[in-house]
Structures are given as structure tokens and as C-alpha cells.
Write a new protein. Structure first.
Length: 213
């Protein structure tokens, strides 16, 4: 019981601090989007020593299957925080549950009710999520935001674009297709050119106890 109470207090404090967190600019600082899984943990390792992890707490349907295992669930937030702290790095939680429900969930439900088949993940990753994390990176004094997506940023005809990851079996560029090209100068995908061994990544980032995203 005491452990659960302490966890709730820690979560409440983290949620409160996320909205007001601010730090002075540092040229080498990298904000890393943390999902609680292996891929983002590997990105965090690459971003050291001046890295800061950030995780979004998003709305989940409490009646949905495996809600606690879903992306941005309370368990994922705790795992991300533990990964950062185990490496001696700061972690910030952004509680955006209501904003996410209004910006992503409500339009999806409305569209589906009218016979459409919207892609909420594309809207979330391509607009809502990155807008929130880039805003945080600026507040945190980080010049760039890294994520664990298997994608790349390339330049073509003077414009930065999202390209497929080098490993076709893990490519996630389709999730990022709606990213505004104007933001790509502030975003990097350090796993995009790599063929990462999940077993090795798990050992390095979680001491043998990691989970795949």
C-alpha cells in the first residue's frame, strides 16, 4: 500500500512539474522522446551526456484491451522515468490527456461515425505529439529532439523530408508522413541508419530487463 501511495505522489509531482519545467539553453543538450521501450532507450544512450528524457501522458480508454500496456500509459511513463534515472539523466512527464482527447480521439470518433476511416496514429505522431515535444525541447534548452523511430531525415531540392529507415523490416516513416518539413531541422532519428539488435539494446539500456516498444 505504501509503495502505491508513493508511486501516485511521484506521478502527481512529475505531472505538475512538466507544465512549468524550463531550463537555460545548452548547445549540446538533446531532448529524447521516451516511450518506456527499448528503441527510445537506445536513443537516450546515444544522446548522452547532456540528454533529457520526455514522455507524454495521453488519454486512454479505461475499457480498452491492455490499456496499461499501450503507448503513453501510466506504466510506460514509469518505465521511461526509471530508464532515465538509472542513467543519471533527468526525465519530465507532460500530462496531455485532455488535449490529446480533444485533438486526436474526438476527431477520430467523429470521422468514424460519418463513415470515414481516419488514422489517429498519423495525426498523433505527425502533428500533436511532435508539436508538444518540440515545444518542450525549446523550454528545456535543447537544440534538437531525438526519437526512437526507425526513419531518417534527408534533404532533397533544398527541402528536408522524412525518409524510410535503413532497415526495411523496422521502417516507421509512414507514421511520420504528416510532419511539417519546417520542423525537421530540429528533429533527428538516431536509429534510422542502424540495424539494432533488440537483445543487445535491452542489455545496454535496461540491464537485461528492458521491454520492446
Amino acid at each position: 500500500m505504501c509503495g502505491q501511495i508513493a508511486k501516485r505522489i511521484a506521478d502527481a509531482l512529475a505531472n505538475a512539474l512538466g507544465g512549468v519545467f524550463q531550463a537555460s539553453s545548452s548547445p549540446g543538450r538533446i531532448a529524447v522522446a521516451m516511450s518506456g521501450g527499448v528503441d527510445s532507450a537506445v536513443a537516450l544512450l546515444k544522446a548522452r551526456p547532456d540528454a533529457i528524457g520526455v514522455t507524454l501522458r495521453l488519454w486512454l480508454d479505461p475499457q480498452g484491451p491492455s490499456a496499461e500496456r499501450a503507448c503513453c500509459s501510466p506504466d510506460a511513463v514509469i518505465a521511461a522515468r526509471q530508464t532515465c534515472h538509472s542513467l543519471g539523466l533527468p526525465h519530465v512527464t507532460l500530462d496531455l490527456r485532455e488535449e490529446f482527447r480533444r485533438a486526436v480521439v474526438a476527431p477520430f470518433v467523429e470521422g468514424y461515425a460519418h463513415g470515414l476511416t481516419p488514422n489517429p496514429c498519423s495525426r498523433c505522431n505527425g502533428t500533436f505529439r511532435f508539436a508538444a515535444m518540440l515545444d518542450f525541447a525549446e523550454r528545456a534548452g535543447a537544440a534538437v529532439l531525438w526519437t526512437g523511430h526507425y526513419a531518417r531525415v534527408v534533404e532533397r531540392d533544398g527541402m528536408r523530408l522524412v525518409a524510410r529507415g535503413s532497415d526495411p523490416a523496422k521502417d516507421q516513416s509512414y507514421m511520420l508522413a504528416t510532419l511539417d518539413p519546417r520542423t525537421l531541422g530540429r528533429v533527428a532519428f538516431p536509429l534510422g541508419d542502424a540495424h539494432v539488435s533488440i537483445d543487445r539494446a535491452r542489455r545496454e539500456s535496461h540491464g537485461g530487463q528492458g521491454q520492446q516498444r
